[in-house]
Write a protein that binds this ligand. Sequence first.
Ligand SMILES: [Zn+2]
Length: 258
Amino acid sequence: MVNFATVDKAIDYGKRRLVRRQLRQRGKVLQLSQKPAIIFSPHQDDETLGCGGLIALKRQQGVPVWVVFLTDGQLCYWGAPEPPPLTTEECIRLRQEEATAALDVLGVEASNIVFLDAKDSTLRSLEGDQRQRLVESLAHWLRAVQPGEVYVPYHKDQHDDHIATHDLVKAALKEVPLTVDLWQYLVWSLWRYENLNDLSTQQYQGLYSLPIAPVKSQKLEALKAYKSQYTPVVGNFTALPKTFMGFFDYPFELFVKA
Ligand SMILES: [Zn+2]
């Protein structure tokens, strides 16, 4: 008997690949710049999923790259059957170790990695002082690093923390007298692509694809460092959908100019 759930998933997977290919065809080819870059990443893995190739290429050419993680990653096993496999503190430490190892593969030194401590999955609900404090932290790192390029998640990147990261960094940029190129990278919107269907003509004009074939294996190696996200922990449970990491095995990355 046909397992329709499996078939549906297979079709979805094919559709996702098709959408990604179409986006690549519609985008212009991105020429890698020599500008120092700062990547703002909501969670430990988004920087590699969305920009791993870009980071590796820049580092190969000696261009400085900083990565700032906004959340502490404490919900690394969110949705796992009770009791949680790790305590909150263990989760936070594990995600930091994984991120440091992944970025080491991509050529980013530990001194260029910043872990802020906003609680995982709360960024969009921060208000008042709490929100302002986080904006100040982001502004501090922008001032300290003086980047030429800033990378944030796509403004409709499906996950609340991703959308909030986009908005918080934009708020921080208003507080810092810097002229930067602002780029959006895609993570969840490549997986759940409904929000990409309504890219306006104007947004398509800002769409670019960066060829990353020479460093693709490095990106995949870096992704392997995020074991907590794809290794079954309790029974069959994995933190991310089982095919998620493999989906990012492609020779280009997509960016939308903000
Ligand atoms: Zn994320």
